[in-house]
Design a protein around this ligand. Structure first.
Ligand code: 5GP
Ligand code: ZN
Length: 122
């Protein structure tokens, strides 16, 4: 059993607002949202960050992205079956290391949307 914050959220030891759940992933609302939709998608398996991903994590990563797709649709960020570029869309973010502002050492995909997202990011 790990004391990692997001492992504890996955185990429901710490409350969170669930958005979507699968056998390999869990999606919940960010505590400090940066956009109208700001959802974190995490693998149930502890992986530290994108820089420690290994080939054996392939199934967990595929599920992470498929869960993010489901979140985007549930949140109304894209219209089913349409081109996301023409119908809105969203941003997926993986922070790695202190320089990026990464604070929680458990892999998490930020799903951001519901407003125009500027580029380049800060
Ligand atoms: P990072 O900066 O590591 O990529 O993102 C960590 C994110 O986790 C931040 O956006 C932060 O607001 C969020 N966060 C930190 N602690 C908690 C928590 O206990 N619950 C939830 N729902 N989000 C958290
Ligand atoms: Zn963890």
């Amino acid at each position: 059993m790990t004391e990692c914050l997001f492992c504890r959220i996955v185990r429901k030891e710490i409350p969170s607002t669930a958005v979507f759940s699968s056998t390999r992933s869990y999606a919940f609302r960010d505590l400090n949202p940066q956009a109208p939709t700001h959802v974190l998608v995490v693998p149930r398996l502890h992986i530290t960050n994108a820089d420690t991903v290994m080939a054996e994590h392939a199934d967990d990563l595929a599920d992470l992205f498929i869960t993010a797709q489901a979140v985007a649709r549930e949140e109304g960020l894209v219209e089913e079956g349409r081109d996301p570029a023409a119908q809105g869309g969203y941003r997926l973010v993986l922070n790695v290391g202190e320089i990026s502002g990464n604070t929680v050492p458990h892999l998490h995909l930020h799903v951001l949307g519901g407003r125009r997202l500027r580029w380049p990011p800060g």
